[in-house]
Design a protein around this ligand. Structure first.
Ligand SMILES: Cc1ncc(COP(=O)(O)O)c(C=O)c1O
Length: 441
């Protein structure tokens, strides 16, 4: 028998996602291992994880409970059909999750990513209204600068221009409210910005334009992450909730990055005291170890489907890997780790230390704003004239050389370390980043 051929040093075939492929392939950055707060590079250097991977490894890396749960599950039951069949880990996980969700949100639909969770939630919203005899509610409302993954539903309600402009007409029946970013009034706010609750009134404008009776759902990120950490002004989310209630519109919080402890509470809904009708999650649900996403829905939504003959399928939607046993095991191991180490609330203890640390970068060259909440930080840089994104990307490359992983979007640096970070590691992160900023052109 021929031995399998392994080609390890050809970078051409892999078309990398959301990556400058040619730049990467001319100067690759490879991780080969990870433990706790650090990655190991192919050339043997340690890199401090300032971004929890992609906002997902909330428990840090190489955590034993998660690894063991995955190993055990894959040996015991590797796969079970997701349709018309079940397995215990899926029911256990859903039951555990609804103990964490805000009161009234008590059903879980499983997907495999944030993008799938978003598309699932949008479809459930449309089907819910139709099941109740209000099928004329077909419009979906998102927000400028919103990110809801890369499915056609997600990019349609999303508001990031470069994610939309290449991909045709997108979904019809979608509109957007304005974003809340307002550097003139809110630059260098500590925590939530004071000004801009009135931006929520833009929702009334869009609703009036289309007539409330046509609108199914509003989807927003409580904190817009991928567009560069845009925090909701004080009172804004409460106002959005009230407007949706007034018009019978479902409110979906996309908690793909804010879920699972990022703000020092299990979910942003808890942190802000605003309960949506559905929540989409992914990332932190398995601490990034195995792909998984989910929609959390209120009982009324689930119940609206539970009618008609009992042998009929109620919702014609799902994925081959919905509630995949190995992903469920990873999630259960993750929830155990979060519980044992108090990670879903740890960010609350660190938040003020983190805030001081991040804001100590004020005054460094090109820094035009710094913002923070929970264990999230963002540093907005003045773009190089005529070359947007270049300055932040060079900060990313310099940070990597100095042993720190940051994330950039546009000319904004986003920070979201694993929730296990120590104060000494926060100091190290900020010192390294300060050195990077001082050295930027
Ligand atoms: C708010 C939000 N929604 C959806 C997604 C998409 O998740 P995924 O990349 O798992 O499809 C992301 C990813 O960053 C996100 O931040």
């Amino acid at each position: 028998m021929n031995a399998p051929i392994r080609v390890t040093n050809n970078l051409e075939a892999f078309w990398m996602p959301f990556t400058a492929n040619r730049q990467f392939k001319s100067n690759p950055r490879m991780f080969v291992a990870a433990k706790d707060m650090h990655y190991t590079t192919a050339d043997g250097r340690q890199v401090l994880d300032g971004t929890a991977g992609l906002w997902c490894c909330n428990a840090g890396h190489g955590r034993p409970k998660i690894t063991e749960a995955v190993q055990k599950q894959v040996a015991e039951l590797d796969y079970a059909p997701a349709f018309q069949m079940g397995h215990p880990a899926a029911f256990e996980l859903a039951s555990r999750l609804v103990q964490l969700t805000p009161q009234g949100i008590d059903h879980v639909f499983f997907a495999n990513s944030g993008s799938e969770a978003v598309d699932s939630a949008l479809k459930i919203a449309l089907a819910y209204h139709r099941a109740r005899g209000e099928g004329q509610r077909f419009r979906l409302i998102g927000r400028e600068r919103g990110y809801h993954g890369v499915g056609f539903g997600g990019i349609s309600v999303g508001g990031i221009v470069s994610n939309r402009k290449m991909f045709g007409t997108l979904l019809t029946g979608v509109d957007h409210i304005r974003h809340t970013h307002d550097l003139t009034r809110n630059a260098f706010s500590r925590g939530l910005p004071e000004h801009g609750a009135e931006y929520a009134e833009d929702l009334e404008r869009v609703i009036a334009l289309h007539d409330p009776s046509t609108i199914a759902a509003v989807i927003i990120e409580p904190i817009a992450g991928s567009t560069g950490v845009l925090l909701p002004p004080k009172g804004y989310l409460e106002r959005i909730r009230a407007i949706c209630d007034k018009h019978g519109i479902l409110l979906i919080f996309d908690e793909v990055i804010t879920g699972f402890g990022r703000l020092g509470a299990p979910f942003a809904a808890d942190y802000f005291g605003v309960t949506p009708d559905m929540m989409t999650v992914a990332k932190g649900i398995t601490s990034g170890v195995i792909p998984m996403g989910a929609v959390f829905a209120k009982k009324e939504i689930y119940d609206a489907f539970m009618t008609g003959p009992e042998h009929l399928i109620e919702l014609f939607h799902g994925y081959t890997y919905s509630a995949n046993p190995v992903a469920c095991a990873a999630a259960l191991g993750t929830l155990d780790t979060y519980a044992e180490e108090g990670l879903l609330t740890r960010a609350a203890d660190l938040a003020s230390y983190w805030e001081d640390a991040v804001h100590s970068l004020k005054g460094l060259p090109h820094v035009i704003d710094i913002r923070n909440l929970g264990l999230i930080g963002a540093i907005e840089l003045e773009p190089i004239a005529g070359q947007p994104t270049k300055r932040a990307f060079s900060a990313f490359l310099k940070a990597y050389e100095k042993g720190l992983l940051i994330r950039t979007t546009g000319d904004i640096i986003a920070l979201s370390p694993p929730l296990i970070i120590s104060k000494a590691q926060i100091d190290e992160l900020i010192t390294t980043l300060g050195d990077v900023l001082k050295a930027l052109d």
